[in-house]
Design a protein around this ligand. Structure first.
Ligand SMILES: [Zn+2]
Length: 140
C-alpha cells in the first residue's frame, strides 16, 4: 500500500510541477526580465519547458514507478495455509470431482438419504443427482 501511494505521489508531483511549466506559466515572470541564463536550458528563451526535458521527466517518473513496483515483487505477505479451515470456512469434498468445496460458497447442493452434499459446480450436482450411488460407493 505504501509503495502504491509513493507511486501516485511521484506521478502526481511530476504532473503538478511540470504541466504548468510546460504550459508556460512562468512566461509572465520572465517576459520583463528575460529568462535567467542558467534557466534557459530548462525553460527555453521564453519560459516554456524544453520539450526534451519534459520527455526526460516523464521517463524519470516512469522509472520511479517501475523501481517502486519492483520493490513490491520482493515482498510476499505471509500466508496461513490450513486446508480444512480457510478463514473459518467449513470445507467439504465434492463427491463427484473430489474437489474441496466451501460449504458456504458451494455452487450447488444436493440431499441424498438425509445427507447433504456440496458441489463445486452445477455440472457436478447434475452428475450426482443422475446416479448418486456411483459417487458414494467409494465413501467410507
Ligand atoms: Zn465438482
Amino acid at each position: 500500500m505504501k509503495t502504491i501511494k509513493q507511486n501516485l505521489f511521484w506521478a502526481f508531483a511530476y504532473n503538478v510541477i511540470l504541466i504548468p511549466v510546460a504550459a508556460g506559466i512562468l512566461y509572465p515572470f520572465f517576459i520583463y526580465s528575460g529568462v535567467p541564463a542558467g534557466l534557459q536550458f530548462i525553460l527555453g528563451q521564453y519560459g516554456f519547458l524544453n520539450p526534451m526535458l519534459a520527455a526526460l521527466a516523464m521517463a524519470a517518473s516512469s522509472v520511479t514507478v517501475v523501481s517502486n513496483s519492483l520493490r513490491l515483487k520482493g515482498f510476499r505477505p505471509p500466508q496461513i495455509k490450513d486446508s480444512n479451515t480457510k478463514g473459518g470456512a467449513q470445507m467439504t469434498i465434492d463427491p463427484v470431482c473430489k474437489m474441496e468445496v466451501d460449504e458456504k460458497k458451494a455452487a450447488a447442493t444436493s440431499e441424498y438419504k438425509g445427507q447433504k452434499y456440496y458441489f463445486c459446480a452445477m455440472g457436478c450436482k447434475k452428475a450426482f443427482d443422475t446416479n448418486p450411488e456411483k459417487y458414494l460407493t467409494v465413501k467410507k
